[in-house]
Every structure is written in structure tokens, then in C-alpha cells.
Design a protein around this ligand. Structure first.
Ligand code: DAH
Length: 345
């Protein structure tokens, strides 16, 4: 029997192309290379061939066997690679997810947000101002006189400037958030109610109650008929909400250049409830914020018409209130980032 190798080759090529998995490939292998396969048949039939035909047929059978073997090997490689890829992209959705540690907001951020939330519910809008301020906004416009001690280089960080012949244009790191009032009033006409949270800077030696950077929240409400009783109402609601209970509080007359009259607000000491202890310096009271009615000179500095408006303002220290609220005894703990402290809140 003689074989048409050309035809067989074409058939083999066609068949191999149609194979799409390893099972089909195995059937193909058996069909050609198996013990009872075509190649085996060929070798078996060689003995019946003539002396002349035998070597050629034998050679062709070898070539065909090698070709088929190579095809099978290559096809196998392709299937294995595909399998590997499929395994890799397989997502087992039943495996429990990995928990990522995303951290949480610092207690000062939490407190600032909590305070701003309360003021927002009272109708205030939250605004922010720059930490680098002009001497004008930080002092002059706030009616702070030229010779006021807070203007001293010991109490305020002045920025080095090449050209500083115009005094009001000197730049400082704001020493309080009150210049935020000036920025708002220069830009907007009353009625306005804003709170301005942010960082402030003072060249203080660092100790348990002082830091060269801390946070304040400034409040400002201006309209045609704002009264001191409005100030008391707002602060009373704010402190009760913040401390979550009926607080005893008092207003003590005080002096600030930018408010008249001015007051400081005290709350009954959280520790001794007013009896007197080391936290409140035996007085039973804790000073918590400054406030007052906006001074006419401040309205004048921002260009508001004389006598038209009245306003209330207040300023509070975020670290101090947070320390009182949570019984933290050292301001440095806020900034050291010891995770044992940070994670408690
Ligand atoms: N700016 C003052 C300070 O840093 C706090 C303050 C007091 C702000 C009275 C006010 C205010 O708006 O009316 O000590």
C-alpha cells in the first residue's frame, strides 16, 4: 500500500488548526501517533513494499511523524500558556477582603469640624484665610495700636522681606484668626455670619500649655441690629452643644482692642465642678474664649459706613477647649504623633 503524503500533510495541517483543547489534541495524537495510529500503520506496511519504495516511504513516514510531534508540542505550549493566564485572572470573590488601614482624623481636626458644624447649624458659614498675613490685617485694621506689646517680635513671627519700607505691608505669620474678620468684611457687605478656623503662630517657648503653632476659631456676625444678647445666646448654645450638657458659664469684662465692650467667657471647671482644683487654679472657672461687640474702628478700617452696622465677634483656642473636653494635660501631645495618643480619639 502506498501513501499520499502530500494529501495527508494537508489534512494534518487542517486538523491541527481546528483543535481547541487538550482533549482534542490527545485524540489527534492517538489518531496519528498511537499504537494503532496512522504512523504505526505506515511502519507496519513498509515490509510489504518493494526494495525501491521502502526507503522513500520510510523517510516520508519519519518526516510526517516528526512534523506531527512538533505540532502537538507547540499546540500543547499554547494551551498551557492560555491556562496559566486564565488561572491568574481568575478572581475568587468568596475570599474575604483584605482590611486596609486608612487612618482617621486627628482629634484637633475632629474638634474643629465638630465646632464648625455647631456654628453652621446656627447659620454661620465656614471660611478660611491665609496663614501669612499683612501687618495691616493682623493688627492695624483690628485697632491694635502701634506700640501694643503683641506687635513685638517676641509675640509675632515677622517674615523677612527685601522691601519693607511700607510698614502695613510687612508680612507676619498670623498671630490670631481675627485678621480673617478683616478679609471677610473687605470682601462682603452685611448681613454676614462666618466662622474662620485655622492655624496661628506665636514665638512662645514650648511647654505643657504653649506651642508656637496652635488653632483658633474666629466668629463674626454683622448686621444692622446685632446685640450683646445675641452674642450670649450664640455662645451659650455653642458651649452646651459642644460639652453636651448644661454648663455653668460666666462673662467677665475684659479688654480687646477690636471689640467694645469685650468679655472673656469662663465655664465651671469640668474636674471640680466649680469647687476649685489644680486644673482651674483653685478658682473653679476655666477661661474658654474671648468675645465682644465689633469696635467702630474696625468697621471704619474695612470701609463700612459709620454707624450703620453692629457686630459681634469671638475667638477661641481649639487646643485649649480640646484639652478641657478630654482631660488632656499637655498641649505637646497633639503634635508628637505618638500613635498611642492619636488612636484614642
Ligand atoms: N484674637 C484674640 C486672641 O487671639 C481672641 C479674640 C478675642 C477674638 C475677642 C475675637 C474677640 O474675635 O472678639 O487672643
Amino acid at each position: 500500500m502506498s501513501w499520499n503524503f502530500e494529501e495527508i500533510n494537508i489534512t494534518v495541517q487542517k486538523e491541527i488548526q481546528e483543535i481547541s483543547d487538550e482533549i482534542q489534541l490527545e485524540s489527534f495524537r492517538i489518531k496519528y501517533l498511537g499504537r494503532k495510529g496512522l504512523i504505526a500503520d505506515m511502519y507496519a506496511s513498509l515490509s510489504s513494499l518493494s526494495k525501491e519504495e521502502k526507503p522513500l516511504m520510510g523517510k516520508n513516514a519519519n518526516i510526517l511523524r516528526n512534523t506531527i510531534t512538533t505540532f502537538i508540542e507547540e499546540k500543547k505550549k499554547v494551551f498551557r500558556a492560555e491556562q496559566k493566564k486564565a488561572n491568574r485572572s481568575f478572581i475568587d470573590v468568596t475570599i474575604p477582603g483584605m482590611e486596609h488601614s486608612v487612618g482617621h482624623k486627628h482629634i484637633l481636626t475632629q474638634t474643629i469640624e465638630e465646632m464648625c458644624d455647631i456654628f453652621e447649624k446656627l447659620g454661620f458659614v465656614v471660611q478660611e484665610g491665609p496663614e501669612v498675613e499683612t501687618e495691616f490685617n493682623n493688627f492695624t485694621a483690628l485697632n491694635i495700636p502701634e506700640d501694643h506689646p503683641s506687635r513685638d517680635g517676641f509675640d509675632t513671627f515677622y517674615l523677612e522681606q527685601k522691601d519693607s519700607n511700607q510698614k502695613d505691608q510687612n508680612l507676619v505669620l498670623r498671630s490670631h484668626t481675627s485678621p480673617g474678620q478683616i478679609r471677610i468684611m473687605k470682601e462682603y457687605k452685611p448681613p454676614l455670619a462666618v466662622v474662620i478656623p485655622g492655624k496661628v503662630y506665636r514665638p512662645d517657648a514650648v511647654d505643657a500649655s504653649h506651642s508656637f503653632m496652635f488653632h483658633q476659631i474666629e466668629g463674626l456676625f454683622v448686621d444692622t441690629d446685632v446685640k450683646f444678647s445675641d452674642l450670649k445666646g450664640i455662645i451659650t448654645v455653642f458651649l452646651k452643644k459642644l460639652f453636651g450638657r448644661d454648663l455653668e458659664m460666666r462673662y467677665r469684662p475684659h479688654f480687646f482692642p477690636f471689640t467694645e465692650p469685650s468679655a472673656e467667657v469662663d465655664i465651671a471647671c469640668y474636674l471640680c465642678k466649680g469647687k476649685g482644683c489644680s486644673v482651674c487654679g483653685r478658682s473653679g472657672w476655666l477661661e474658654i474664649m474671648g468675645c465682644g461687640m465689633v469696635h467702630p474702628k474696625v468697621f471704619e478700617a474695612v470701609g463700612y459706613p459709620k454707624g450703620k452696622y453692629s457686630g459681634l465677634a469671638f475667638g477661641l483656642g481649639v487646643e485649649r477647649i480640646t484639652m478641657l473636653k478630654y482631660g488632656i494635660h499637655d498641649i505637646r501631645m497633639f503634635f508628637e504623633n505618638d500613635m498611642r495618643f492619636v488612636r484614642q480619639f
